[in-house]
Structures are given as C-alpha cells and as structure tokens.
Design a protein around this ligand. Structure first.
Ligand code: ATP
Length: 222
C-alpha cells in the first residue's frame, strides 16, 4: 500500500502566510518515517491530514491511487490508520486487555477474540498476563505507551501515525518504542510515521522528513 500526498498546501489565518505549499510526499508500506522540524513548523498539522482528522486547504491524499476523501474520512480512519499520541489515549478505568479488545471491536479487527494472541503480544513487549488484568492507570507511562502500540499493532490498519509518542518517556522506554516501530514496519509491513523532537530517535527511521520553510525535505537514509 502506498500513501501519497499530492500538491498539498495549507494555511490557517491567511493565504499569504502558508504553512506549506505544493507538498508532494510518498510513504511506502514496510517503511518507518520520522518527521522533524522546528516547533510550530506544521508537523502535527501534516499528521492530522494523514490521519484523516483534518482536511488541507488544497491538494489530495491517496492510498493506492484512491483519494481518502473519496473513501470517506470516517471509513479511512477506521480501516487504514491507527494513531498514537504523547498522552496514551487509553481508557483509564478499563483494564489493559479491555482497552485492546475495545479497539479491535471498533475496527472489526481479525484478531478480535483471539485472547491467546493478544496476551502473547502484550508479553512480548513486557506486559505480563497479570498486568493485562489491571486498569491501565495502574501502569507506568512507558508501560501504557507499550499497550497503545500493541493496540496499533493488532488493529488491521496499515498506517501508524504517531505524534511525539516518546515525549513523556525516559531514554530506555523511548528506545523500546522506536524498536517496536521498526518492527511494525519491517516485520508487519505497516507504514509508520512518527513526529519527534529527538534527533537521535528520528535518525533511526528509514527515512527522515524535515520541515523547512514552507516545504518538506526528504532525507533518505537507506
Ligand atoms: N487550528 C488552528 N488554528 C490556527 N492556527 C493553528 C491551528 N493549529 C495549528 N495552528 C498554527 O499552525 C502552526 C503549525 O502548528 P503545528 O501544531 O502543526 O506545528 P508543529 O510543528 O507540530 O509544532 P510543535 O512541534 O510545537 O508541536 C503553528 O503556528 C500553530 O500555531
């Protein structure tokens, strides 16, 4: 699956102050992308377009040549994209296991009800069977983010869009999250797109996308 941005331009207050103009970008399946750039340069805005949460002023976004606006944004969000944020967006009063089951039910994932697979995937990222029964609020920040990533892995969505997923984590946990992203891309064939301020983490992506004065520069690492 190929995700493409074509001739995308956007501005908020006035057309004279464009955030970016005529941007073309291609995201391939099985690749891990990082997006970097100064604060306020438009990283989150771009990710919100890719995640189908917002619509650019001009331009198109396509999956395998079909416009996501033709697919319909509700269907696109449900079928194609999984989002991860700095705040883990888990349901605090539900258990770890229930959080994952709920996401699988909403997205009609093929893994729904496969308890053995869900628990073994959690175990692989260091969340034990006992922890899976706990309300998520009892887990540490790093553990909660790993649960959010397991959720992104188990839903069938081909695109993982993450906005500063390591923003609240220490170095060890941040590295663990980046390792999981690499695996989501290389072993599960997903397109992983991560915004980060951490240059050391950004440099580990297959491809770095840098936002520079109204346009994006692609730095291919491979
Ligand atoms: N809904 C909005 N209405 C008006 N201006 C907005 C809106 N959302 C973002 N902006 C502005 O657009 C610019 C880009 O914001 P965006 O959040 O995309 O940047 P960013 O690169 O993700 O920043 P940061 O690294 O600080 O999170 C900023 O100047 C911001 O103030």
């Amino acid at each position: 699956m190929t995700l493409k941005i074509r001739k995308l331009s956007h501005w908020y207050a006035s057309e004279d102050q464009k955030l970016y103009e005529d941007v073309d970008l291609t995201f391939e399946a099985g690749k891990f992308y990082s997006i970097v750039g100064e604060s306020g340069s438009g990283k989150t805005t771009l990710l919100s377009f890719l995640a189908g949460l917002d619509v650019p002023r001009q331009g198109d976004i396509t999956v395998d040549g079909v416009s996501i606006y033709q697919i319909g944004l509700t269907k696109y969000r449900q079928k194609y994209v999984s989002t991860i944020y700095q705040a883990y967006n888990l349901l605090n009063t539900m258990t770890v296991y229930q959080n994952i089951e709920t996401a699988l039910a909403i997205t009609k994932s093929s893994h729904l009800g496969d308890k053995k697979y869900i628990l073994s995937t959690l175990e692989r990222v260091g969340i034990s069977r006992e922890q899976a029964k706990l309300p998520v609020r009892k887990l540490s920040g790093g553990e909660q983010q790993r649960v959010a990533i397991v959720r992104a892995l188990l839903v069938d969505a081909r695109i993982v869009a993450a906005d500063e997923p390591t923003g609240n984590l220490d170095h060890t946990n941040s590295q663990l999250i980046v390792d999981l992203f690499k695996e989501l891309a290389s072993e599960h064939g997903k397109t992983v797109i991560m915004i980060t301020h951490d240059q050391q983490l950004a440099g580990q992506a297959d491809i770095q996308i840098k936002l520079k004065q109204n346009h994006f520069v692609v730095d291919n690492q491979v």
